[in-house]
Ligand binder design. Structure first.
Ligand code: ZN
Length: 219
């Protein structure tokens, strides 16, 4: 049984990469549709809170706005799922030029820019009188749109500020799961999203294959 979104491993190293990893990746085409951990607006609300893109108080405001207007909740979930796939396309084309589709990636970037423009139009500049005082650009001032706006902001942030030479894809061809993560190891040698999971499974499978090959080779 698939994990609930509250127990989904967060391995991306950036909320926007963790967003990409809320959909099962790397399953062979033609099989069952991939499992979507963002199964509904309530799962999306819990996930956004868990990855730290909003506070508890903000989550309550979103929950209220979405209960009052289920169509807004549905639109928010649809927007987030679209951002997720656009970001996945754009990142794959950037980090795996041979796998990615440059035309689809270009269209995805246009769509991501549109999402971010809408979010920026709803953002406000706020004076924070702390010490030292700062002026902050705050996204998500409209509760019903807070989650897609924060996610559009996070997507733009990863595209503009992450070192794309350190974005990796857990290697599907070698038994990995296809999730994306930022390799923050000192020498840039991290290959698996979770060694304890994907890395070990792939190793065990290679061992079984080697044993089978050895058995068939024996006369
Ligand atoms: Zn993996």
């Amino acid at each position: 049984m698939p994990l609930d979104v509250s127990r989904l491993p967060l391995v991306g190293g950036h909320p926007a990469l963790d967003l990409v990893n809320t959909l099962e990746r790397g399953a062979p085409p033609g099989g069952d549709p991939p499992h979507d951990f963002l199964s509904g607006s309530s799962a999306l609300l819990r996930w956004t809170l868990r990855v730290g893109l909003m506070s508890d108080a903000e989550a309550e405001r979103v929950d209220r706005a979405w209960r009052d207007d289920p169509a807004a909740a549905h639109a928010g979930l649809t927007a987030v799922r679209e951002i997720r796939e656009q970001l996945h396309l754009a990142l794959l084309a950037a980090v795996h030029p041979t796998d990615g589709d440059p035309i689809a990636a270009g269209a995805a970037l246009v769509a991501l820019h549109e999402r971010w423009s809408g979010a920026a139009a709803r953002a406000t500049l706020v004076l924070d009188r702390g010490d030292p005082p700062r002026i902050r650009l705050t996204y998500g001032t409209v509760p019903a749109m807070l989650i897609p706006d924060r996610i559009a902001e996070a997507a733009l942030d990863v595209l503009r500020t992450a070192d794309l030479t350190r974005v990796r894809r857990c290697p599907v061809a070698e038994g990995g799961c296809g999730w994306l993560f930022l390799d923050q190891s000192r020498n840039g040698s991290r290959r698996w999203c979770r060694m304890a999971d994907c890395g070990t499974t792939a190793k065990a499978r290679r061992l079984t294959e080697r044993r089978r090959a050895a058995r068939t080779a024996t006369p």
